[in-house]
Design a protein around this ligand. Structure first.
Ligand SMILES: [Zn+2]
Length: 267
């Protein structure tokens, strides 16, 4: 019997599938919380030999689309001075865009070489506590979601966790596009009930907003997150007024750091 990693409930096998074209995987669904998962995905290392899978053609448009949404929502709900960490930051494009929008964003990602936001990796010792963690296209990749969120919150001191996720409808349809067995990286799938259960296990509240989700220990009114996401375009100009783009100050900071490292006198 394979137990659910989120609620410890019993699961049933839904189907078998071929992952990465050669590994046999059994998909299980929790009878209690509808967490749908591949148990022991032993091929993950192989799947991550190319961290952002070649078939992920949505990587650029996703980050461009999400940047104003997150800017508006995070600045609105947590204030313009919040400190944020993007877990599973990938190439760092989103962190660069969000810093350019004026948010104080850092990244963490052990699997991918950061290209766009080098110098802004999360180092808790230096940056103190984070206000919130974000995880974009990440939760479907983690084999133990409860441990992942718990670790991210403990490593950053954050009380809120904002993430993207397409929810499954509970029918265990083996041809659902989001299973993406070709790349072998999607191993966890959630229904709304799964996320409510996850929040409960972490002592957090769950606020849904379409494909964006918030787990938090802060008090927010029911529906506040959904409204912030839905009306982000209306709020965006208002939020931007209290934010300053960081690309030039980031450039100057990195130049200072390089000068210090090479022993040159600061300019
Ligand atoms: Zn469960």
């Amino acid at each position: 019997m394979v137990l659910c990693k989120i609620c410890d409930g019993e699961s049933r096998a839904t189907h078998r599938g071929t992952v990465l074209g050669r590994h046999q995987a059994t998909y299980h669904m929790c009878v209690d919380c509808a967490y749908w998962f591949i148990d022991e995905p032993y091929w993950l290392e192989e799947a991550y030999s190319e961290a952002v899978a070649a078939i992920d053609t949505g990587v650029a448009q996703r980050n461009l689309r999400l940047s104003p949404v997150l800017t508006s929502v995070l600045a609105g709900m947590f204030g313009p001075d919040g400190v944020y960490v993007d877990y599973g930051g990938g190439y760092g494009l989103l962190v660069r865009l969000l810093r350019d929008a004026g948010l104080n964003f850092y990244w963490q990602d052990p699997h991918c070489q950061n290209l766009f936001a080098r110098g802004f990796e999360w180092d808790g010792g230096r940056q103190g506590f984070a206000t919130a963690v974000t995880a974009v296209e990440v939760m479907e990749h983690v084999a133990d979601p409860l441990a992942f969120v718990d670790t991210a919150l403990r490593e950053t001191g954050a009380n809120s966790f904002v993430f993207t996720q397409y929810l499954h409808d509970g029918t265990a349809n083996p041809s659902w596009w989001y299973l993406a067995p070709e790349a072998g990286q999607h191993v966890s799938f959630y229904a709304a009930l799964t996320l409510r259960t996850l929040a409960h296990r972490l002592g957090m509240a769950y606020h849904p907003a379409g494909t964006l989700h918030l787990l938090t220990r802060q008090k927010f009114r029911k529906g506040a997150f959904d409204r912030a996401v839905r009306f982000h375009r209306c709020y965006y100009p208002l939020r931007k007024r209290r934010l300053r783009p960081r690309w030039m100050q980031d450039h100057e900071q990195l130049v200072r750091r390089i000068r210090c490292a090479s022993g040159a006198a600061p300019a």
